[in-house]
Design a protein around this ligand. Structure first.
Ligand SMILES: O=C(O)CCC(=O)C(=O)O
Length: 289
């Protein structure tokens, strides 16, 4: 019997408790959202080519220390093109957003050994807002490609911060972040959670959840693959220079796609967002989201 794309459903749906936790706290961690053997090819590809074919953007923090990010929107048959289309990702995103979604972009965030770049406190919606999205109806799924620990710069979230709405952004040094004056008060009142994860675990966050990460003080790389999806009703109202942010129907894939090896390569067949969109350079005063 042939399965039509509409009939593809995840075999790993979020549980009612996980969905409730996300809405209550602005985030939820799903242990073993991916099997280690599913995510291992990404780790090996990054280990073999830490420069990601020269497609990375170096993103400097307030002190000028860097993190490395490679972004893509195009979803082809490479493993990087397959992961954002997997039923478990798309179905979870649509459950959390409450309706159909499309791919906004995905990225590999690498902190190589002793990369001391911080991601300062920020919200996804802080920058997406300026792209012309009216609602904070975007999902983020941080997949741990390697273990995330406090020592190697795991993602930190401010619990329940999504309930505050969008916070003004500002620049400190070269980094864009939530207004420091407000953050000081936020951190006095709300709890910071260190999202330590094993490889294959995933963290889902709301677009208004304030998050950050510190440097990697270990001798091993820390790698996350982060998928962002936008609700179809939340397409940006702006168009100029933003064609890549507009709706393209997702071609969803069964959860079994990776283990059945139905993909072509990891990095080599993937097109990354380049200089024409402000990527693949050293970002100083740019809006990255
Ligand atoms: O993976 C990380 O260290 C954090 C990345 C991040 O904050 C983001 O992509 O918005």
């Amino acid at each position: 019997m042939t399965v039509t794309p509409e009939q593809i459903k995840t075999t790993r749906p979020l549980t009612p408790e996980q969905i409730a936790e996300y809405h209550e706290n602005g985030f939820v961690i799903i242990p073993r959202f991916f099997e280690v053997q599913e995510i291992e090819p990404v780790r090996i590809a990054c280990e073999n080519d830490p420069g990601i074919r020269g497609q990375e953007t170096e993103f400097a923090d307030a002190k000028g220390n860097i993190s490395r990010i490679a972004h893509w929107t195009e979803l082809g048959d490479s493993l990087l093109g397959v992961i954002p289309r997997l039923a478990r990702i798309v179905d979870a995103s649509e459950t959390l957003l409450g309706g159909e979604c499309y791919h906004w972009h995905s990225k590999l965030v690498q902190k190589l050994p002793r990369d001391l770049g911080n991601f300062e406190w920020h919200q996804l919606y802080g920058g997406v807002y300026t792209a012309g999205c009216l609602f904070p109806d975007l999902s983020s799924c941080f997949i741990a490609v390697t273990a995330n620990t406090r020592e190697n710069g795991c993602v930190q979230v401010v619990k329940k911060s999504h309930l505050m709405g969008r916070i003004d952004t500002t620049y400190v040094g070269e980094a864009r972040l939530c207004s420091p004056e407000r953050m000081e008060k936020v951190l006095e009142r709300l709890e910071v959670v260190n999202c330590e994860m094993e490889a294959g675990d995933a963290l889902w966050t709301h677009a208004n959840t304030i998050h950050a990460s510190k440097g990697n003080y270990t001798n091993k790389p820390r790698i996350n693959l982060i998928c962002h999806h936008n609700a179809v009703w939340n397409e940006p109202y702006k168009r100029e220079g933003l064609d890549h942010r507009h709706y393209i129907q997702l071609q969803k894939l069964p959860d079994s796609t990776i283990l059945e090896k139905k993909y072509q390569g990891v990095l080599e067949n993937q097109k990354f967002l380049g200089k024409e969109y402000g990527y693949q350079q050293i970002i100083r005063k740019k809006d990255l989201e």
